[in-house]
Design a protein around this ligand. Structure first.
Ligand SMILES: Cc1cc2nc3c(=O)[nH]c(=O)nc-3n(C[C@H](O)[C@H](O)[C@H](O)COP(=O)(O)OP(=O)(O)OC[C@H]3O[C@@H](n4cnc5c(N)ncnc54)[C@H](O)[C@@H]3O)c2cc1C
Length: 471
C-alpha cells in the first residue's frame, strides 16, 4: 500500500533540525500572530472557550507578585501549583496571554495525553534516562488523573482511556520498537499493558493492514481541561489569580529588584516572572534563538469524518510519531466519528521549522493529510471527503527534545542577569504528557526562591531539563 507521506525520515529530520538556520529576520521568533486558524477545540462552537477574552479590557491588575506569560497548560498548571504551594498567603498571580485564553499549542494540538512508555528506551539513552523520562510522564498522567477524578471532570473534558495503537508502516519501525521494548524490560519496566498485534489481527479487528503495538493511552479535550484547572486554581486557594488575555508582553526590563513587563495596555511591575510561552519563548529571551534554544515548529491538524462507525476507540500513531489521530467520542455506536488527525510536516518546506504563522496552513501538508486516512484505513475513510476543520499550531522544539525548566540563564552572560525570571517551555511536540509535571517543578523552584529555601529535585524530574544543567 502506498502512503502519501515519506517514511523513515526521523533521522533525516534530526540532522536537518540540528544544522538548519534560516537567514536574518526569519530566524527571529515572533509574537503569536493575530487571527490564527480556527481549531476544533477552540472554535467548534461559539461557547467553546468561555475565558477567551477574560480580562482583555479595563485596567491591568496592579502590583502582581508573580506574572506568568502564557495561558496554555504550562501557565495554568504553574498558577495552580503556585497557588497550592502558597496556600495561606495572599499572593497576587497574574496570567497574561497575547491572544485568547489557551489559544497557543494547547488549544490547537492533537489531544493525546499518552506516555511514550517503552518508546522512551533507545540505544541513544541510558536506562536511567528512559526510566526517569517515563516517571515524569507518569507523574503528569497521575496528577491530571487525580484532579480529574476528585473533581469528577472526566465526562466533561471528554477523557477517553482506551489505549493507543502504534502502527508500523515499515519493518524498520517495528524492529526499532521491539529493540526499545527489550531495553525497557531489561531496565525493569512493567510492560504487562503492552500487546503486539500482527497485520492480520489488525486487519480483522480494526480494518488496518499494518502490524501494531498497543500501549496504554488517553485522549482529552485539552482546552476544557485547562479551563477547569484555571477555574479550580482561582477558587480553591488564598492566592488572588487574575487573567488578562489579548495582552502581549513586548519586552521585559529590570526595575529595582523586580521586572517591568511592557504591553500595549501598559506596564506591569512584578518580582517574579515565569515564561510559559513555549514555541514563542525566544521572542522575549533572544538568547534562546537557534538550535541551542527553543525553535518554533508549525504543526497541522485536520478534523475529518469517517464514512461509518469505527471499530475500537483507541488513538493511533504511526511513522515514528509524525502522524497521530483518534476518533472523537460519539453519542451512539452507529455514528461516524469525527477523527482528529495531525502530521504531514515531512512534506512542508524545511519541516516547518522556524515558522510561527498559525494563521495559515501549507497546501501540500493539507493535501497529504487528506489522503492519509483513506490510504491507511480504506474501508473507513472516503478519498473525496473534505475535512470539517483544518488548523495549525506552534510547538517549541529543542535539540535534545528536553524542555527548559528553572531560572532563566544565558550561559554567555552573568549568572544573576535574569534573577527573578523563570522558564518552563520547549516540549518538542510532546507537552500534554510533560507540561503539568514541569510546571509543578518550576512552581516549587519559585516558591523555594521566595522562601530562600533549598529546592530538592524530585525523583520524577530528569535533571537534564533544569536550566542550570544546560550546556
Ligand atoms: C499541532 C500540534 C499538535 C500537538 N499534538 C500534541 C499531542 O497530541 N499530544 C501532546 O502531548 N502534545 C501535543 N502537542 C504539543 C503540546 O500541545 C504542547 O507541548 C503544549 O500544549 C505546550 O503548552 P504550553 O502551555 O507550554 O504552550 P502553549 O499552549 O503554546 O501556550 C503558550 C502561550 O503563550 C502565549 N504567549 C507567547 N508569547 C507571549 C507573549 N510575549 N506575551 C503574552 N503571551 C504570549 C501564547 O499566546 C500561548 O497561548 C501538539 C502541538 C501542536 C502545535
Amino acid at each position: 500500500m502506498v502512503l502519501p507521506v515519506p517514511l523513515n525520515v526521523h533521522d533525516d529530520f534530526e540532522r536537518f533540525f540540528a544544522s538548519f538556520e534560516p537567514a536574518g529576520q526569519r530566524r527571529q521568533t515572533s509574537l503569536p500572530v493575530p487571527n490564527p486558524t480556527k481549531s476544533f477545540w477552540l472554535d467548534s462552537s461559539p461557547d467553546a472557550n468561555p475565558l477567551a477574552a477574560e480580562g482583555s479590557t479595563g485596567a491591568l491588575t496592579a502590583d502582581p507578585d508573580i506574572v506568568i506569560i502564557g495561558s496554555g497548560i504550562t501557565g495554568v498548571a504553574a498558577a495552580y501549583n503556585l497557588a497550592k504551594g502558597l496556600q495561606g498567603q495572599r499572593v497576587k498571580i497574574v496570567l497574561l496571554d497575547a491572544r485568547d485564553f489557551c489559544s497557543g499549542a494547547t488549544g490547537r494540538n492533537g489531544g493525546h495525553l499518552t506516555s511514550h512508555g517503552f518508546f522512551n528506551f533507545s540505544s541513544n539513552v541510558t536506562p536511567r534516562r528512559g526510566l526517569v523520562e517515563s516517571a515524569l510522564e507518569q507523574h503528569t498522567i497521575d496528577s491530571v488523573a487525580e484532579v480529574v477524578g476528585v473533581q469528577g471532570w472526566a465526562k466533561e473534558i471528554d477523557l477517553v482511556d482506551s489505549g493507543r495503537l502504534c502502527l508500523f508502516f515499515s519493518s524498520e519501525e517495528e524492529a526499532d520498537a521491539r529493540r526499545r521494548f527489550d531495553s525497557a524490560r531489561a531496565a525493569g519496566v512493567d510492560t504487562s499493558g503492552v500487546q503486539w498485534l500482527s497485520r492480520s489481527e489488525m486487519n480483522k479487528t480494526h480494518g488496518v493492514d499494518f502490524p501494531a503495538v498497543r500501549i496504554p493511552g488517553r485522549n482529552v479535550w485539552p482546552l476544557k481541561l485547562v479551563t477547569k484547572l484555571f477555574t479550580l486554581a482561582k477558587s480553591s486557594f488564598s492566592a488572588d489569580i487574575k487573567l488578562h488575555t489579548r495582552t502581549p508582553v513586548t519586552s521585559i526590563t529590570r526595575a529595582g529588584s523586580g521586572w517591568d513587563l511592557r504591553t500595549p495596555r501598559g506596564t506591569l511591575r512584578a518580582t517574579y516572572v515565569l515564561h510559559a510561552t513555549n514555541g514563542y519563548a525566544a521572542h522575549l529571551l533572544p538568547h534562546l534563538t537557534g538550535p541551542q534554544g527553543i525553535i518554533p515548529v508549525r504543526g497541522h491538524i485536520i478534523a475529518t469524518r469517517a464514512s461509518g462507525p469505527l471499530s475500537g476507540k483507541e488513538s493511533y500513531i504511526g511513522n515514528d510519531g509524525f502522524e497521530y489521530w483518534f476518533p472523537r467520542p460519539t453519542s451512539s455506536s452507529r455514528d461516524a466519528p469525527l477523527v482528529i488527525l495531525g502530521g504531514g510536516r515531512e512534506v512542508a518546506p524545511n519541516y516547518d521549522i522556524y515558522v510561527t504563522d498559525d494563521a495559515h496552513f501549507d497546501a501540500k501538508v493539507g493535501g497529504v493529510l487528506r489522503k492519509f486516512l483513506p490510504s491507511v484505513c480504506p474501508r473507513s475513510f472516503e478519498r473525496a471527503r473534505q475535512p470539517e476543520m483544518e488548523w495549525t499550531g506552534i510547538m517549541g522544539f529543542t535539540k535534545t527534545g528536553e524542555p527548559f525548566v528553572g531560572p532563566v540563564i544565558d550561559q554567555r552572560g552573568s549568572k544573576s542577569e535574569f534573577t527573578g525570571q523563570y522558564i518552563c517551555a520547549g516540549y518538542t511536540g510532546h507537552g500534554m504528557t510533560r507540561a503539568y509535571a514541569c510546571a509543578e517543578a518550576v512552581a516549587q523552584i519559585i516558591i523555594a526562591d521566595m522562601r530562600k529555601q533549598q529546592w530538592k529535585c524530585p525523583a520524577w524530574l530528569p535533571s537534564e531539563y533544569l536550566t542550570w544543567n544546560k550546556a
